[in-house]
Write a protein that binds this ligand. Structure first.
Ligand code: EPU
Length: 332
């Protein structure tokens, strides 16, 4: 277990904010987590890879980070395999492992930054797949009592970028392990965006081909946090009712959209670009020039500068489209 006071969080937030935590603890097992719970005082923030966080300043509380590792096969039959993964494993290491073994289901989620714990909290998603499609069990420890609880997928209340851990149980549980069901006879999901076009020269497309295509798409569009601080998509894509969508479509026939069970999802990145923000900046906070959903730290930006840019964009999108967009990034 690592336990530090006045700990620099620079390495733990991809936006590159130079802030400190009063206390920072990294535990390596469920038992260590339970032992540490009685010592927690004041505010507690559990982080993963720090790729979805914007710190407004120093954190006057305890930042927890899971160092629980391990990928183990729990069960298998002819069609599928159940894999239990420690919350502190890096998400893309798990995807790489699965693809190398030929187990399908997570290849479309290649290169998403962050860790296993966050995949279950955040219901990470990309290219037509969400973590909830493969999660079967989430093991967690209640931070108040130290009690363990297992959540089946249905109990997690999953929806687009939502879960019970972000709503009703926000800050109440630390995820320790996640079990995924992967397929031994993968069915490929190629219908999002230009994945199929990228692979059209290939015969017998494999999950390794899909992973490679997705890595190429992401690398071409998304800025590398090691080069330019950012937290991936800064905003969530809004879901509007069908009437609102049809009215907007009359004015903007070229507007991209995705039908969902709860309404029509409209890409916030497209709306932000329509507002003229793509590649523009306000102070040292910028809008990425290849993907307008991503706000970037142009170098030394303060969180206030990022938030000022975020607020201005939200106002402009509302004035043009009458739609409220909201940050996906957690502002602390
Ligand atoms: N678009 C524009 N201009 C832009 C950005 C997007 O016109 O600047 C248009 C695109 O042309 C496309 C549509 O908007 O027609 C959707 O764009 P894209 O496929 O790039 O996806 P997104 O909606 O912007 C979401 C996820 C991403 C994920 C991609 C691919 C959220 C908040 N973001 O972005 O996730 O990689 O879909 O599935 O849902 C992340 O969470 O950090 C992330 C990168």
């Amino acid at each position: 277990m690592k336990d530090y006071s006045d700990y620099c969080l620079l390495k733990h937030n991809t936006f590159g904010m130079d802030v400190k935590a009063r206390r920072f603890v990294e535990y390596d097992s469920e038992d260590e987590l339970r032992m540490l719970i009685p010592t927690l005082r004041g505010d507690v923030l559990h982080i993963g890879g720090g790729s979805n966080l914007l710190f407004r300043g120093d954190y006057d509380g305890t930042v927890l980070h899971s160092g629980i590792k391990g990928i183990s096969v729990e069960d298998e039959d002819e069609e599928s395999i159940l894999v239990r993964v420690g919350a502190g494993e890096v998400w893309d290491d798990f995807v790489e492992w699965a693809v190398a073994k030929g187990y399908g289901g997570v290849e479309n989620l290649s290169l998403i930054p962050g860790e296993i714990g966050a995949s279950a909290v955040q219901n990470i998603g990309a290219y037509g797949v969400e973590a909830k499609d493969v999660i079967v069990l989430v093991e967690a420890v209640e931070l108040q009592s130290g009690q363990k609880r297992c959540f089946g997928t249905a109990e997690c209340d999953y929806a687009y970028r939502q879960s019970i851990f972000k709503n009703q149980f926000k800050g109440k549980y630390a995820v320790t392990h996640v079990t995924y069901r992967l397929s031994k006879q993968p069915s490929l999901k190629l219908d999002y965006g230009n994945i199929r076009t990228m692979l059209e020269d290939k015969e017998n497309i494999t999950i390794a081909d899909v992973r490679k295509a997705i890595i190429d798409i992401r690398n071409a569009k998304l800025p590398d946090p090691k080069v330019q601080g950012n937290a991936g998509s800064f905003f969530m894509n809004p879901i509007v009712c069908r009437e609102k969508f049809l009215a907007l479509q009359k004015d903007y026939p070229q507007m991209p959209f995705y039908d969902t069970d709860n309404g029509v999802k409209i890409p916030a990145g497209w709306m932000i670009e329509q507002c003229g923000w793509k590649g523009k900046s306000l102070g040292r906070a910028g809008v990425h020039d290849k993907q307008a959903l991503v706000l970037v730290n142009l170098g030394g930006a303060t969180s206030d500068e990022i938030i000022r840019l975020c607020d201005t964009i939200c106002k402009d999108v509302f004035n043009k489209f009458g739609i409220d967009i909201h940050p996906e990034v957690n502002v602390i």
